[in-house]
Ligand binder design. Structure first.
Ligand code: HEM
Ligand code: SF4
Length: 568
């Protein structure tokens, strides 16, 4: 993986020194909170409901075990013993003291990490497929390009004050696992007919109050031009993006307003001026960066390990875990393992310091000391020998990291909601926990099969509810928390925005609402049809009809009377 050079170390060090002085001045009241706000945000520090929150970037989701251990250390020493992995390959700490932040940033810098540009109207962390470099369906390893883009975007002087935040995702596999359609720019690494490498470029995707899927503005961009072309996109956005209204400031609004064709033509015209300029990528520079991403020392192994196959045949629980949490690898005899952070009683994406340390340890022993953060808020050991999967499974299970639910209903995305976030209209974590409790039967979950449930506590859509097969959005009605449900959203290759099924529900009604939605699916599915395929085939009407047909029971521990009618 990428290692900082002297220049990287130097700029991060200088930035921390500058920030340390800003914090000192704030604590001495030489800076007002208002003056300090943009300074702290530039360093990833937010103020939330109860405390400061620090967001740290994991570039394209790749981590060394050393970096992971540092996360555990920070959680233990400066937070309340846990961290929260987000959908854009960041970790967030929710209980940070301002005084500690410069030292935390120093600790992070010692393992080549930082929180710069994890907030503000700038280019944010570059995200990618969690299986980049190892996926069996990979066309081209996107990591060298992701790293080049990371270097290009960090501290880019022209794009430090964009109309709004800007998110870039890059995918190099057949399957899109980076949600590129809901990013400001989504890049797919492809070959053209001549076998040359380049990018399919999508722009104008995003969620929030106006969810829009990105449009393809160029089918093939030769790799040498990735920075100049992106520069042209950003220039058009920087000039014409709306600065008068925060809610209409994202590039998606501009692209929608003028049309993708017109936008593309403007980009091409702008690009003509800078194409072949100094930011053109050279073979030498690509090779320099690509050298950091050479394959680890894989053993030569048979494609199938007999003992592993035997364990699968003998042990149903192990077989279930393999089926859901273990993914094919491009090297014979290896696999990638998803460690699920979703289980009863734990907010999706949360990991304790002990678990983080333990995962670092697993990475050392089973996966060349490397791991990944997924956009589904899970962790990945990318290079595990098939013959070691059984031993790994037993260890992961003993530490609560082997729930065999990857891609199933309880492997949900969920934002921190009203428990932490000051922008929330409703809590989202208790909804996630109640649904996890309600669907605690693994056989039932496996029978339901692939299903993406996404929950957000407000319209900002951090929990990706728009693109959940089932989406739950927390809304405020006269000071009370309610939940709006949508169906038919999807992320990945066939991205779609879900449709709202009707009036919202109280928190206590949500597990039963989910149950009814699932019943309609099980009733109407044809053969092994996935939930999303059934939903897209039959539309929302049958769900709507059944969910609202009769009174919905509520959970008693929410303090509501059982038998309450559907709330409007
Ligand atoms: C308390 C912590 C958080 C705060 C204050 C926060 C704040 C925000 C805000 C203000 C937006 C809307 C941006 C816009 O209007 O364009 C947003 C969107 C988003 N956030 Fe968060 N967020 C938090 C936690 C999270 C977490 C935990 C995740 C991952 C689960 C996440 C992932 C996202 C994503 C993916 C979007 C949507 C971006 C888009 O529109 O394309 N955030 N967040
Ligand atoms: S969706 Fe809303 S409530 Fe949830 S984290 Fe984002 S801003 Fe906060």
């Amino acid at each position: 993986m990428y290692r900082y050079d002297q220049h990287d170390h130097q700029i991060i060090k200088e930035r921390i020194a500058q920030y340390r002085d800003q914090v000192r001045r704030r604590l001495a009241d030489e800076l007002t909170e208002e003056e300090f706000l943009p300074l702290r945000l530039q360093n990833g520090l937010y103020m939330q409901r109860h405390a400061y929150m620090l967001r740290v970037a994991v570039p394209y989701g790749m981590l060394s075990s050393t970096q992971m251990r540092k996360f555990a250390h920070i959680a233990r020493k400066y937070d309340r013993g846990y961290g929260h992995f987000t959908t854009r390959q960041n970790i967030q700490y929710n209980w940070i003291n301002l005084e500690d932040t410069p030292t935390i940033l120093e600790e992070l810098a010692s393992v080549e990490m930082h929180a710069i540009q994890t907030s503000g109207n700038c280019m944010r962390n570059i995200t990618s497929d969690e299986f980049a470099g190892v996926a069996a369906d990979e066309i081209i390893d996107p990591r060298p390009y992701a790293e080049i883009l990371r270097q290009w975007t960090t501290f880019h002087p022209e794009f430090a004050y964009l109309p709004r935040k800007f998110k870039i995702a890059i995918n190099g596999s057949k399957e899109d696992r980076a949600a590129i359609a809901v990013h400001d720019i989504g890049l797919t690494v492809v070959h053209n007919e001549q076998g040359e490498v380049g990018f399919k470029v999508m722009v104008g995707g995003g969620m929030g109050r106006t969810p829009i899927l990105g449009s393809v503005i160029r089918e093939f961009l030769p790799w040498q031009h990735v920075m100049t072309y992106l520069e042209a996109i950003l220039r058009i956005y920087n000039q014409h993006g709306r600065r008068d209204n925060k809610y209409k400031a994202r590039i998606k609004i501009l692209v929608k307003a003028i049309g993708a064709d017109v936008f593309a033509a403007q980009v091409e015209a702008e690009w003509a001026d800078i194409k072949d300029g100094p930011a053109t990528l050279t073979e030498a520079e690509l090779q320099r960066v690509a050298a950091y991403f050479t394959a680890p020392a894989y053993a030569v192994l048979p494609a199938v390990d007999a003992e592993f196959e035997q364990h699968k045949a003998d042990n149903k629980a192990f077989a279930n875990w393999i089926k859901r949490n273990v993914k094919p690898h491009k090297v014979a005899g290896y696999a990638s393992v998803v460690l699920s952070l979703k289980k009863p009683g734990v907010p999706p994406g949360d990991a304790t310091a002990d678990q983080i340390d333990f995962v670092a340890d697993l990475a050392d022993r089973y996966s060349f000391a490397e791991l990944r953060v997924t956009h589904e808020q899970n962790l990945v050991l990318s290079d595990v020998q098939q013959s070691q999967l059984f031993a790994l499974w037993q260890e992961a299970k003993a530490h609560g990291l082997a729930t065999p639910n990857v891609g199933l209903l309880t492997d949900m995305i969920c934002c921190p909601g009203g428990d932490f976030c000051s922008l929330a209209n409703a809590k989202s974590i208790p909804i996630a926990l109640d649904i996890t409790d309600r669907f605690n039967d693994l056989d039932y979950l496996h029978d339901i099969g692939d299903l993406e449930l996404n929950i957000s506590g407000c319209i900002n859509a951090c929990g990706h509810h728009h693109v959940g097969n089932i989406g739950i959005l927390g809304v405020d009605k006269d000071g009370s928390e309610f939940y709006q449900v949508s169906i038919g959203g999807a992320q990945g290759n066939n991205s779609a925005i879900g449709k709202i099924i009707g009036p919202s529900f109280s928190a206590g009604q949500m597990p039963e609402v989910m149950e009814r939605i699932i019943q309609v699916y099980l009733r109407d599915r044809i053969d092994a049809e996935r939930f999303i395929d059934t939903a897209q085939r039959i539309g929302i009407a049958p769900f709507k009809e059944y969910v609202y047909a009769t009174t919905i029971k509520t959970l008693e521990h929410h303090g509501e009377d059982a038998g309450t009618v559907v709330s409007y």
